[in-house]
Design a protein around this ligand. Structure first.
Ligand code: PGA
Length: 252
């Protein structure tokens, strides 16, 4: 059985004071036992401090992006080794805001995935179609292309420690989540595509759903057989909401 993950993507939000308050609220109401793994991904500048607040707690630490290069003259970039050094265990790669706002290619995302794994950081690979792709019936084609870039560069074995997040771009931050059926359909497609290379890895791979997940729709989404938790944006900034989503994943 795959253990679910609920990851909070804070995006470019928070201050030191707000972060401390959020972590305090999360920890004070954190369940004694959670069947789901939980982690938060603060902005780079807050990683170390949030990591300190989370030390010896059940909540893990992840980053929102990583440089594809190991080190050197790459002004403004942050390497996988640096993330590891400040206590990260996970890193998001290929978030749609990186792909579409900052024009990251499938190949660059694949290289970031490889760079993270080279330093034993578990990448969370985001894939997902834009509304125009879905309307044109190209959802599977787009998701396959994004996934294949990683499979070609890193091999299917890379998914043993990696996580995938299906995030339809039209559902992110819009308040309009994919329906549970829409999510399940694409998750099953992703799993089948991995299974074509390695059935065992496909069965074990955790595929999260992201895009307007809230306390109110989490249980239905997570009840789908191929949905193994969620990548949560807006709702991860509210402790009560995030913990309710975590509880929904734990009872799956
Ligand atoms: P959202 O964002 O939950 O605010 O829609 C999800 C994400 O971008 O990871």
């Amino acid at each position: 059985m795959r253990s679910p993950i609920v990851a909070g993507n804070w995006k470019m939000h928070g201050t030191r004071a707000e972060n401390a308050r959020l972590i305090e609220e999360l920890l004070s109401r954190y369940p004694d036992q959670s069947a789901a793994e939980c982690l938060v991904c603060p902005p780079f500048v807050y990683l170390q401090e949030v990591g300190r607040l989370l030390r010896d707690t059940p909540i893990g630490l992840g980053a929102q992006d990583v440089c594809a290069e190991a080190q050197g003259a790459f002004t403004g970039e942050v390497s996988a080794a640096m993330l590891k050094d400040v206590g990260c265990e996970h890193v998001i790669v290929g978030h749609s805001e990186r792909r579409w706002v900052y024009h990251e290619s499938d190949q660059l995302v694949a290289r970031k995935f490889a760079a993270a794994q080279a330093k034993s950081l578990a990448p969370i690979l985001c894939v997902g179609e834009q509304l125009s792709d879905r309307e044109a019936g190209r959802t599977e084609e787009v998701v396959a292309r994004q996934l294949d870039a990683v499979l070609s560069l890193c091999g299917v074995g890379a998914l043993e420690s990696g996580v995938i997040a299906y995030e339809p771009v039209w559902a992110i931050g819009t308040g309009h989540s994919a329906t549970a059926e829409q999510a399940q359909q694409v998750h099953a497609f992703i799993r089948e595509r991995i299974a074509a290379r390695d059935a065992k890895i496909a069965r074990a791979a955790r595929i999260l759903y992201g895009g307007s997940v809230k306390a109110g729709n989490a249980a239905e989404l997570f009840a789908q057989p191929d949905v193994d938790g969620g990548l949560i944006g807006g709702a991860s900034l509210k402790a009560e909401e995030f913990l309710a989503i975590l509880a929904a994943a734990g009872t799956r």
